[in-house]
Design a protein around this ligand. Structure first.
Ligand SMILES: C[S@@+](CC[C@H](N)C(=O)[O-])C[C@H]1O[C@@H](n2cnc3c(N)ncnc32)[C@H](O)[C@@H]1O
Length: 253
């Protein structure tokens, strides 16, 4: 089902019944040497799932993790600092990272394996298509840290923090599940409240079942709106430049 404002699915793939993110199969690589991680993320090992494998886990993540546990998902894991530390602090949860870039996916997997974490996995996927990976009401936590800001007005439509993404989060979180977001781009956080009941042009829409639980104008100098904040790679960069990192926490009602 189409979601208002959502990026158009890639052409000629998927349907309402199938995955919408196209993985590049090994025999489709025209120049695999150009980026060794294109093939490398496939051959890395069980911690690292290429998109085609991630799609097959929909509804079966507990099986893949080897423990029935709450599923927590970080979107855009980068080099995996948060992902690994969050899993290390919470061995009772399953923690999955979703990352689009091949090399970063492998970096995340290496961090997970170096720390010998059994409750963390990383998959290469595009967060535009969470419905390929998850059943409704199946997630206990979603984390978004420093999504690409797309600060120019003409690029606004590319921002991950959008009405359609919030609607996705509301759909995939279970009641009581949380959504935690941090960004160096103030508007990405400030706009969330409006998007709960409006589109990006300010036209009213039915309210989403998400309630704001707290905000912060700078998690470095103040408190994050949740306990035990874990500093991400990008968060550290902004702290070192003495620039604020904004945050907002929401709960699925
Ligand atoms: C600015 S970096 C932040 C990395 C990390 N979260 C941190 O705070 O250090 C944004 C990350 O999101 C990833 N990303 C961007 N768009 C994405 C998408 N649609 N799906 C999954 N990952 C995405 C990028 O590849 C990049 O690693």
């Amino acid at each position: 089902m189409a979601v208002h404002g959502r990026p158009t699915p890639q052409p000629n793939i998927g349907s309402d019944d199938g995955p919408r993110f196209k993985d590049v199969a090994p025999d489709e690589y025209t120049n695999a040497d150009a980026n060794p991680y294109v093939m490398g993320h496939r051959t890395y090992g069980p911690t690292c799932l290429p998109a085609s494998e991630a799609q097959q886990q929909r509804g079966k993540w507990a099986e893949r993790f080897g423990q029935e546990a709450q599923l927590h998902v970080e979107v855009g894991s980068g080099n995996g600092i948060f992902l690994a530390e969050h899993a290390r602090r919470n061995p009772q949860w399953n923690v999955l990272g979703i990352e689009l870039r091949y090399k970063r996916v492998v970096l995340c997997a290496k961090k997970i394996d170096t720390l010998k974490l059994k409750n963390a996995l990383i998959c290469r996927y595009n967060a535009y298509y969470l419905d390929d990976l998850f059943l409704e009401g199946s997630l206990s936590g979603i984390y978004v840290h420093h999504p690409d800001p797309w600060s120019k007005t003409r690029h606004e439509k590319n921002r991950l923090i959008s009405r359609w993404f919030l609607a996705d989060c509301a759909r995939f979180l279970k009641p009581g599940g949380w959504l935690r977001m941090k960004s160096d781009h103030r508007d990405n956080i400030a706009r969330v409240e409006g998007l709960l009941a409006h589109d990006s042009e300010g036209n009213p829409l039915p309210p989403l079942p998400l309630a704001i639980t707290g905000r912060s104008e700078d998690v470095t100098t103040g408190l994050a709106p949740w306990p035990d904040d874990i500093e991400t790679n990008f968060q550290a960069k902004f702290r070192k430049k003495s620039e604020p990192v904004y945050a907002i926490g929401l709960i699925r009602t």
